[in-house]
Design a protein around this ligand. Sequence first.
Ligand code: ZN
Ligand code: ZN
Length: 251
Amino acid sequence: MKITFLGTGVGIPQAGRVQSGLIMEIGSKPVLFDCGCGVLFRIQESGYEHTDIENIFLTHLHLDHVGDVLALIKANWLVGKTNMRMFGPEGTKEWVEQTLSVYDYMQGRFEVDIIELKAGDSFSPEGLDCDIRTAPGVHSTTSLAYRVEHGGKTVVYAGDTEPCVPVFELADGADVLIHECSFPLDFEMTNHTTPDMFSDLLKKTPLNVKQLFLVHLYPHMQGHEDEALEHIGKYFDGDVTIPTDLQVIEL
Ligand SMILES: [Zn+2]
Ligand SMILES: [Zn+2]
């Protein structure tokens, strides 16, 4: 499995990090997870074609995770690709329908096959050679973490969440956990993760994964990256890394 980080940032603009998004290559198929603003541009930069994206998984419907969905639909439509499949939490169907309904000229011209998921779902998507399981994050809106197993490798993408037991359990035995770390050490925060919130949970709940990647960095994290890695590294046995946009990892 190959993972390409497209956007490792958040809703506030910062140099080098666009909003949330990554591609997991499953078999030979690039599958997009989240599609915040800037992700469409990053898809092009990464060497993938936006028309290659047949499947999108959304963790939740906050704008920094869905802001480029409409832009991707439009880009595909402009070059003659008029369908895609989208997985997301409850409310995804209503969000897509209402958002698209504003644009008269798009009516009936693009087909989005929407599959709404709940935490705890377990399934193999038709046409994709993988097994998927979901778990609930702790966030200000319904947010799903995804566990993707393919070819003997397992990747978990947690979306926006506080560090929580269901996500750690979902990640048990995974090769890679991609978890947010929005704010630096000692930052008072709920609904998101700081290094000390992460280590507090690590002290109580073992995290059995090989590699941990920290994404969804607010500008407040600038200059505090090493401190975050060092702090979490004290309590976590595997590798912990903060990836850049367009970084690729092969499993
Ligand atoms: Zn969010
Ligand atoms: Zn977010």
